[in-house]
Design a protein around this ligand. Structure first.
Ligand code: TMP
Ligand code: ASP
Length: 237
């Protein structure tokens, strides 16, 4: 597989065309951003850790019957994925209250959410990724009804699989964000699944082991990601 010109540079990944019109290369960067790009730093090893972490999770999800864009690792910090048309939408499931839902609805951090709750956000940094609902998605044509149903179904299926996977490693999957796209007519999970886009707490101590360490200036960001990877059995060599 040959890397061709840059298609898009995101905050934490660059996306390249390849010699195969159906495939793209994701290059995971050390760049770490929070608050819609307001706070940015380079953190050693993060690109490689996240590349290998996401590949591991995508494989687990495939085994559980969730179709993903992941094709394989190309190098320590690059992966090959299907070239999809992405929906400009973020799907968030919350098992425990944290982050924006606490601020928005005055919910105490750490409360179990039963049943887990689901939110859609518009992917738009300039607007600070506003929360949207299914009527917005329909009216503004961001996705059709069938795709909306599929995204919800797959996002909850991911929850079933990953809450167990993380629980077996002594971790609580507090919440996470997924992005989906369409490839040859079918819907697949895209983007990444890494501690940049989810919240993970130690099940005993509730220590934060995700990007909240960066957002809140707690330090030990990549070390926390490596600890999670180690507990899951992700090969970081
Ligand atoms: P929130 O509490 O800020 O709404 O975020 C919920 C979860 O989704 C959290 O794990 C972080 C993740 N997330 C992203 O990774 N990127 C985003 O743009 C948003 C809105 C959330
Ligand atoms: N991923 C978004 C950003 O970098 C939001 C966040 O994670 O805080 O700005």
């Amino acid at each position: 597989m040959e890397r061709r010109e840059l298609l898009y540079k995101g905050k934490a990944k660059s996306v390249y065309y390849t010699d195969d019109a159906d495939k793209l290369i994701l290059h995971y960067l050390n760049d770490t951003s929070a608050f819609d790009g307001e706070k940015i730093e380079k953190l050693d090893r993060k690109g490689e850790v996240n590349n290998k972490f996401s590949a591991f999770i995508m494989q687990k999800l495939e085994e559980a019957g969730v179709p993903t864009h992941h094709e394989g690792l190309l190098s320590a910090d690059e992966a090959v994925v299907k070239k999809m048309e992405m929906f400009p939408i973020e799907c968030v499931v919350r098992n425990i209250a944290a982050g924006s839902v606490c601020k928005r609805l005055g919910i105490e951090e750490g409360i179990d959410l039963s049943p887990p709750t689901f939110e859609f956000f518009l992917k738009n940094d300039a607007l600070h990724d506003p929360m949207i609902n299914e009527y917005h998605i329909r009216t503004f044509g961001w996705a059709d009804d069938e795709a909306v149903e599929k995204m919800k179904e797959l996002t909850f299926k991911v929850n079933d699989t990953l809450t167990k996977l993380f629980a077996d490693a002594g971790l609580l999957l507090v919440d996470y964000k997924l992005e989906f796209g369409r490839y040859k007519g079918e819907i697949y999970l895209g983007d990444e699944f890494t501690p940049d886009g989810c919240r993970l707490w130690d099940a005993e101590t509730r220590k934060k082991l995700d990007k909240d360490r960066f957002r809140q200036g707690l330090g030990g960001v990549v070390e926390a990601y490596e600890e999670v990877a180690g507990r899951l059995g992700v090969d970081l060599s």
